[in-house]
Design a protein around this ligand. Sequence first.
Ligand code: GLC
Length: 427
Amino acid sequence: MVKVLAKFKFSIVIFVVVLLGIIFISVLPAQTQQPVVLNLLMTAPDAHPWKEGIIKDFESKNPGIRINIIEGPNATNLLEDLYTSAFILGDSPYDLINMDVIWTPKFAAAGWLLDLTDKVTQSELAAFSPKDVEGGRYKGRLYRIPMRSDVGMLYYREDLLKQAGFNPPETFTDLIKISQALKQQDKINWGYIWQGRQYEGLAAMFVEVLEGFGGFWVNPNTLEVGLDRPETLKAIAFLKETIATGISPPGVTTYQEEETRRIFQSGQAIFLRSWPYVWPLANAKDSPIRGKIAIKPMVSASGENGGACLGGWGLGISKTTKHPQEAWKAIQYFTGEEAQRRFILKAGFVPSRRSLFTDPQIVATYPHYPQLLEVVEQAVLRPPIAQYAQTSDILQRYLSAALTNRMTPEAAMKAAAQETRRLLGDV
Ligand code: GLC
């Protein structure tokens, strides 16, 4: 009996040892296995809302994957330079690529991105605004899934306009007239604030004014260049007039988005041209203009349509990533409905999924979003061509020279048009 008991105890010990061994073998590697880290570079203002919620959500649903956000400079063209030099050096340290809508043709043509065409069905893509999807294609293939859209618009001080008995402006002339009147009454320091620094934001702002005067920059189908046409000169004349008449501060030619937002938000200006990210910040609890502002599509010359520049950001995958599956998983999550809703409620960005423009939760926070869909769907794309970065650089240099009186607008635009034609192979 004692013997049987001893044998039984012995087998229990063996069983427990084996069991512990199995547990040890299966659990240990899982514990010591490092999670896959996906590196993602983005502008600093974007990084904040990303870090606030959607990254944590994704990581808790996918414990084996970590997202490492690297904060870059605010200007999109500087960010693009960082990505570009990383790709040119070979082994890009970035797995996911957070891409401005204007980068796809260049990055895709250079072969730096994975082709995502076969990963999404037509019906999945139909849930997004068509222009945002278009911004992710190159030569019929898809390289970028839209994460958020963006569109330029005119912010104005509804309170001041109402007090002075003005309707919101429809034309460039209205905008100047209202600005002058309110300035003369000492109601405000500045009339109109816009992005005038030599950088990509200048090009985005300018396509709106150009469209508003009936002009064009580069026709992407024919590569025709419109910079030396009379409409372009009218657009420059309008911007110069805002400075010459003191409606815009002389420093406006050095401002990017954030400088312009700060002036407007501190209550010093009537009008601001910017993107939707300004809305929640200008309406934050500590904002002096909270509840006093409204937005409308950009004004135009009478008889023309106002132009709204299509911006926006989307995700692509670097061709050299060692983790394409995990990167795709992340893209699916971040461009999905749930993540986008959270992101937009936090940051006031524009959705790329059409259903979110009328989503009850979103509309409760941003009542103007249903109308915004129309503006997004009619927005003007900056020319979607592989040489966009150089094309934009030419415009930025010469436009800046004209705005700061280093060249006459005529000479500047003649040179800009010629250089652009040479670049696009048409001279
Ligand atoms: C915004 C837009 C982007 C544009 C940039 C210009 O980030 O989304 O498309 O290029 O502003 O400053």
